[in-house]
Write a protein that binds this ligand. Structure first.
Ligand SMILES: CC(C)(COP(=O)(O)OP(=O)(O)OC[C@H]1O[C@@H](n2cnc3c(N)ncnc32)[C@H](O)[C@@H]1OP(=O)(O)O)[C@@H](O)C(=O)NCCC(=O)NCCS
Length: 251
């Protein structure tokens, strides 16, 4: 069945099913990022709703959401060295402040791409990235960047993020499938964003999100994480700082 891409400005009613897809696929703690908690849903109602794109498959006149792609224009001086260490959080905050305070955004940042598991490997993710690039060019933006979350890193918890990102296959392409897809579509690796997402919450919240018990203060690996969680029983808090990989597209 054909899959159509449509943005939330045209179809705001698709926000609910798109959120449901995301909630069914992502580790729950990633959705608890503090900056996202403050700004995420405003993306759906402001002019930037045009950059939130839902992939819809229609079967027997019933629409099914099979993908969701999110991006935000933000202000950047174009110097790769100045892409922020606070990657994802920084572009979401910067982009929302441009909107709320009238700043001049000149670059699109990808925020998230989700494909329903049975549609992976079908070319949909590539279409979503290409559509994002096209929307950036159509809006007159200069460049597109992405704080990339490598999809296989969580399977390699013992390797430091930097080392994992440097792995190559025998054909020279990146080992990680998602870094590879971005590179194949024209992006190049810029640098690591070491503090791209920050999730800080009571230990009880971490226990309910992960289904684990944390009996002592220390570092823990939890499923779906790209770095360890720091649990502090004295303060009763758990902290997760996620690294991402900055990649850049020329439009
Ligand atoms: C990230 C995501 C959108 C990528 O979707 P995708 O369909 O797997 O992406 P691609 O089509 O680019 O596939 C990437 C690679 O995995 C392979 N692949 C993915 N799914 C596959 C499947 N079901 N069967 C066979 N190969 C598959 C592709 O062939 C490709 O490999 P190649 O480079 O050797 O050709 C998807 O995995 C997802 O929704 N993940 C959860 C959310 C997430 O982590 N998003 C990324 C951070 S924003």
């Amino acid at each position: 069945m054909p899959v159509h891409l449509i943005d939330l400005q045209k179809r705001p009613d698709l926000a609910g099913p798109a959120d449901a897809l995301v909630a069914s696929v992502w580790p729950i703690f990633v959705l608890k990022d503090q900056v996202a908690g403050r700004y995420w849903h405003q993306l759906y109602s402001m002019p930037v709703a045009a950059f939130q794109t839902v992939a819809v498959e229609t079967i027997d006149t019933v629409e099914h959401v099979v993908g969701f792609a999110n991006a935000i224009p933000f202000a950047w001086d174009g110097l790769e060295t100045s892409l922020p260490d606070e990657g994802w959080d920084a572009v979401l905050r910067n982009g929302m402040e441009c909107l709320l305070k009238g700043g001049r955004a000149n670059t699109l940042s990808a925020l998230s791409i989700t494909v329903r598991p049975d549609k992976r490997g079908s070319g949909l993710a590539e279409r979503q990235i290409e559509a994002m690039k096209a929307s950036a060019a159509a809006a007159g933006l200069n460049a597109m960047v992405a704080p990339v979350r490598p999809t296989r890193k969580a399977h390699y918890p013992l390797q430091p993020f930097e080392e994992y990102c440097s792995w190559r296959r025998p054909d020279g392409l990146p080992f990680d499938p998602w870094i590879r897809t971005h590179q194949r579509l024209g992006a190049h690796i810029v640098k690591i964003a070491p503090r791209s997402m920050v999730i800080e919450a009571p230990v009880e919240a971490w226990e309910s999100w992960t289904g684990m018990t944390f009996p002592a203060t220390g570092r823990y690996w939890v499923s779906g994480a790209l770095a360890p969680i720091e649990i502090d029983l004295d303060t009763g808090r758990g902290l997760y700082v996620e690294p991402n990989l900055w990649m850049r597209y020329f439009l």
